[in-house]
Ligand binder design. Structure first.
Ligand code: ATP
Length: 275
């Protein structure tokens, strides 16, 4: 029992189908899973160094964490997840021990997967003070944790059957040592959703909520260029509240569900917040 309570989180029930678009991300992650259970024989046929570390990078709210969760749900691998910042909120020496223990347990129950979310908080450039986190103790602690992480990742045998996945929205802030061959050598860009993906996200919401027949998903997808998946979910949530208020205040049994104008209004109010 440590500050990290039990690191082996129960995988949240997120599936690849819950993620709109991002087909190439899904393909890369499925390959990563496959690689973790591939025989040495096959690996040697195709790779000098089989990829073992996968880094998801891209702007916030665009399904990096979700993709890792879907991978955990669908792969059947034993899943360990930890947030970078959690590792820093520990006593001196504790975080390093936690990282070593994490890898040890992952190896014991291989095939397995370790997911470091927000890895930039422990793997920022080694130049004293990071932009985030501030204080010198944090930067120093981060450095030791990073060194421990790199040691654990080096050495092929040590990691057989263990996939290491990390996510960041500040790839430029990462210590380059992390990206050297044999470490996080496969970079997976998770882009903002394109029009097709935005349609899929709206459709995903429409499948679960009550949406009026007047909702035009194609138009919504067109009007949300540049929005993240999280922002689109936010728009749907705001529209849901407006529709619920109408339902509550209706004199008659006026259950329209979420209407197009609720969504359009939500998009407009969000645009005003951004600009
Ligand atoms: P951050 O870098 O801020 O941690 P992230 O890229 O890890 O962001 P997630 O946490 O995976 O983003 O996504 C945030 C929320 O946005 C999700 O819980 C989900 O509701 C929604 N979302 C984002 N992208 C998609 C998508 N492609 N399909 C469906 N929902 C999405």
């Amino acid at each position: 029992p440590s500050a990290m309570h039990d690191i082996n989180l129960k995988p949240p029930p997120i599936h690849f189908d819950d993620i709109g678009g991002q087909e190439s991300v899904k393909r890369s992650l499925r390959r990563a899973v496959r690689l973790s259970t591939e025989s040495v024989d096959v690996l040697q046929k195709y790779f000098e160094h089989p990829p073992k570390g996968f880094l998801l990078y891209g702007p916030p709210g665009c399904s990096k964490t979700m993709a890792a969760q879907a991978m955990a749900t669908e792969s059947g691998l034993n899943f360990f997840a930890v947030k970078g910042a959690e590792l820093l909120n520990m006593y001196v020496g504790e975080s390093e021990r936690a990282v070593r223990r994490l890898f040890q347990r992952a190896r014991e129950v291989a095939p397995s997967m370790i997911f470091f979310d927000e890895i930039d908080s422990i793997a920022g450039q080694r130049q004293g003070f990071g932009q985030k986190g501030g204080g010198s103790s944090t930067s120093h602690g981060g450095l030791n944790v990073l060194t421990t992480l790199l040691n654990e990742m080096d050495g092929f045998e040590a990691l057989q059957g263990v996939v290491v996945l990390a996510a960041t929205n500040r790839p430029q802030a990462l210590d380059p040592a992390l990206l050297r061959p044999g470490r996080f050598d496969e970079l997976i860009y998770v882009s903002p959703p394109d029009e097709e993906a935005r349609k899929a996200i709206f459709r995903g919401v429409a499948d679960k909520r009550r949406m009026n027949e007047d909702v035009d998903i194609d138009a919504l997808a067109r009007d949300t260029d540049g929005y993240s998946g999280a922002e689109i979910k936010g728009i749907c949530a705001v529209a849901g509240v407006a529709a619920y208020d109408r339902y509550v205040n209706a004199w008659e049994d006026d259950d329209t569900g979420i209407m197009m104008h609720d969504l359009v209004y939500a998009i407009q109010s969000q645009k005003q917040q951004i600009t």
